[in-house]
Write a protein that binds this ligand. Structure first.
Ligand code: ADP
Ligand code: ZN
Ligand code: ZN
Length: 743
């Protein structure tokens, strides 16, 4: 048998290999194998069996071995890899490396522990002899004889204070038996200790939920590809709908993938799934990048072998090699976090829909604020719309109070972090022992330094971005290249001491809260806190347990979390997401307010939301205040249509980088002419222009934007042109298909 293998060795070319007799039985398309390439061993992935060799048979080399017992890619994943390779203009190798966890590719082994037990009873003579000859051996034997089952070797030896040599001697005599047992490393197996609110018994569905569950159930029973867009207000019980869908898939012997936008959201979701399905013997596997190698490998094996049939995780869990995939849930489908910002630059939701199509499975996209892309797909008849318009148990959506910060600044005469209304509300909650969440979508203490006298703003000398002030060590840091220096006490330009720290950071908000609520227990969660492995889960656990009164954080706590005692949510600066040069800025702001508001009033008491802004009249804020998704969509889609922005056309971003800006611009212009000549009638080209962040690590960045309705075709043509084009040295370039952020 001859097979075609894609090596993971730094180049995109299929190689052919002979399969030795003894490996044939284990080999399937998607198997990971070890292969020789010019005297070195590499890993590769079998993409096709029984191919016709491209070189004389005698010259073909043989596969060395099969790395994992189970194929790393199911047939639908092999197809998916091919699609991602072309659609996202990514190298096949990088696609495969993204799909298959390192722990699996490296051929890591399952963990085994040694267990000891008694092999046979001893005769009286043997026993006396042993006691005389080796008292420690006798002690070990006597201990093991009393056990009902094999005991972990390391444990017995340390308990009885005996060396391994003693056990070895008894093993040699055939008195003892040693066996290897697989030790499964399970991520979040300690979830229960966190006080996660897990309701194991399913609640009675309300009529809206029941009708959605029925509609999804019909698609599942039909066994055909279908996409349902579940637009349900926050707290409407979307998760319960997902759980019911998973349940029916499990009952029918199928597998389900459940995606959440952030690693931070997995513990809560895993706890819910385990609470529901573990008792029935269904294992839920966690899949994301923050696991240990062992947890990754064991979870992967559980899925690939079909032993576990549910997987929860961030973006990359969409590549779980589950057999018989029936259902994919994409929670918070509007989240830009689903888009990967390094190659392959894929969008987790779009890949989910495509995989569902290949596997003839059902995809459920859920959100309180669906993306305009998905709304457009509903209007085009591609997705089926489901709605949950009410919170469960008729809980009210929170009232949204919009605070005009222009007035607040005049009243308080200067920089304001917390408006009076927000402070009053926080006081009330504190008195009533209810909890508050404050959001700020930015990290650090305060973003930049501004001289109030001459207007000087300190910038990084290597990147065209302002430096960020970090209070803890009194430094200014560049968040792009890492350059840092001490914070100046007087303006570097005019020597005035009138330095202001412009913009807000979570640390700054924390200090303001400590001033107004000195007795409150306050915690802060942002990217800095997240860098410590368990800190984030700890804080969420404490918050849930009521040990924290005010939680301050970036968006990462704004998504999907469910804390019943939170009755007040403050959005400290709604303008941060609005005044950025991106056509999605309104959509982001609307989503942010609605999502953040969704964290309030999930328990028995109603919730309130305070939104601080300098532009209270803007559409995004007004529609969010009225929780009017349809109204917002109407206006926003009209704008998008007028400008022919997504979802009316697709966008492709082409970035050029290099040390010499003139050279980059020259080649970008030249390249643009070539593209215009070949693709001019199906592509609108904008640029080249300087990237919003023009210089990073001394490298200049320019960009070209392509607008088109024929994405796949255009990408393929661009890749062809790229390959034929004579690129100068010193200019590198990146294509990003369907970028989610323009800044
Ligand atoms: P969403 O995902 O839409 O924000 P959740 O699924 O988290 O909402 O539901 C909010 C809360 O309501 C959860 O605590 C959930 O257990 C509970 N819940 C969901 N459906 C029902 C129901 N039919 N009856 C009672 N409680 C429910
Ligand atoms: Zn100055
Ligand atoms: Zn820099």
């Amino acid at each position: 048998m001859i097979v075609a293998v894609q090596p993971l060795a730094g180049f995109d070319k299929l190689l052919h290999y002979r399969v030795p007799e003894e490996l044939r039985a284990d080999l399937r398309p998607g198997s990971l194998v070890r292969i020789p390439i010019s005297h070195r061993q590499h890993i590769g992935l079998v993409l096709a069996l029984d191919v016709t060799p491209d070189v004389p048979l005698a010259k073909l080399k043989a596969l060395t071995s099969v790395v994992q017992e189970f194929p790393a890619l199911t047939p639908d994943l092999i197809e998916l890899a091919r699609w991602m390779h072309t659609y996202y203009a990514a190298r096949m190798e990088s696609v495969l490396e993204t799909m298959i966890p390192t722990a699996v590719r490296s051929g890591a082994r399952l963990k085994h522990d040694k267990y000891l037990s008694v092999a046979r009873q001893l005769t009286a003579v043997e026993e006396t002899a042993l006691a005389a000859r080796a008292p420690k051996g006798a002690k070990l034997f006597a201990f093991l004889r009393q056990q009902f089952k094999p005991v972990k070797k390391s444990l017995v030896l340390s308990r009885l204070d005996i060396t391994a040599a003693v056990a070895t001697a008894l093993l040699k005599h055939g008195y003892l038996r040693e066996e290897l047992r697989h030790v499964e490393r399970v991520a979040y197996s300690d979830n229960w200790a966190e006080g996660e609110a897990v309701v194991a018994l399913p609640p009675q569905l309300n009529p809206e939920q029941a009708s959605v569950v029925e509609s999804i159930g019909k698609s599942l029973a039909g066994g055909k590809f279908a996409v349902h867009l579940l637009n349900g207000v926050t707290g409407s019980g979307k998760t319960e709908v997902y759980l019911r869908a998973v349940e029916s898939v499990l009952a029918a012997g199928g597998s389900a993938i459940y995606l959440v936008p952030e690693v931070a959201l997995t513990p809560q979701t895993v706890a819910r799934l385990r609470g529901r399905f573990e008792a029935a013997g269904q294992q839920t596997v966690v899949w994301h990048s923050h696991l240990s190698e062992g947890e990754r490998l064991d979870g992967w094996v559980a899925l690939a072998s079909g032993r576990a049939r549910v997987v929860v995780g961030a973006r990359s869990a969409i590549f779980a090699p589950v057999p018989n995939l029936r259902l994919i849930v994409v929670d918070e489908e509007h989240e830009p976090a689903y888009k990967q910002d390094e190659t392959p630059r894929y969008h987790g939701r779009d890949v989910a829909v495509y995989r569902a199509k290949l596997a003839k499975a059902v995809c459920v996209l859920g959100s309180a604020t669906p993306s305009l892309e998905s709304v457009a797909n509903v209007r085009a008849g591609k997705y089926q719309l489901e709605r949950l318009t009410k919170r469960v148990d008729d809980k009210k959506l929170p009232d949204i109070l919009v605070v005009d910060m222009r007035i607040e600044v005049m009243r308080q005469r200067g920089m304001v972090t917390l408006s009076r209304q927000l402070v009053d509300h926080m006081h009330q909650r504190f008195e009533r022992r209810e909890q508050t969440i404050l959001f700020l979508n930015r990290r650090g203490y305060s973003s930049s330094m501004l001289c109030r006298k001459c207007g000087h703003v300190e910038e990084c000398p290597h990147c065209s971005v302002t430096m960020t002030y970090h209070r803890a060590d009194e430094t200014l840091k560049c968040h792009l290249c890492g350059q840092q220096h001490g914070a100046p006490v007087v303006c570097p330009s005019c020597a005035s001491p009138e330095i202001r720290w412009r913009g807000l950071g979570t640390q700054r908000v924390e200090e303001a809260v400590r001033r107004v609520l000195p007795r409150a227990r306050i915690e802060r969660v942002d990217a800095d806190t997240m860098s410590k492995k368990h800190r984030f889960r700890e804080i969420l656990g404490d918050f849930r347990a009521g040990k924290i009164d005010v939680l301050i954080g970036t968006q990462m706590i704004g998504k999907g979390l469910d804390f019943p005692n939170v009755t007040l949510v403050g959005l400290v600066d709604a303008d941060l997401s609005m005044h950025v040069p991106d056509f999605r800025a309104n959509e982001r702001t609307f989503q942010l307010i609605v999502q953040v508001a969704g964290r309030a009033g999930r328990g028995d008491r109603a919730g309130e939301v305070v939104v601080q802004t300098f532009t209270p009249q803007s559409d995004a804020i007004q529609f969010a205040k009225r929780a009017d998704f349809d109204g917002f969509v109407e206006g926003e889609l009209t704008m998008r249509k007028n400008f022919a922005y997504p979802p009316y056309r697709h966008l492709i971003h082409h970035q050029f980088r290099g040390l010499n800006p003139e050279k980059i611009v020259f080649f970008a212009e030249h390249w643009k002419k070539q593209v215009e000549a070949t693709l001019g009638d199906i592509v609108e080209i904008r640029g080249p222009s300087a990237a919003p962040i023009e210089k990073v690590k001394d490298e200049y960045r320019y960009q070209i934007w392509y607008f088109t309705t024929r994405t796949a075709h255009v990408v393929a043509e661009l890749v062809k042109l790229q390959a034929a084009y004579k690129w100068p040295t010193g200019v590198s370039q990146v294509l990003d298909v369907d970028p989610m952020s323009l800044v």
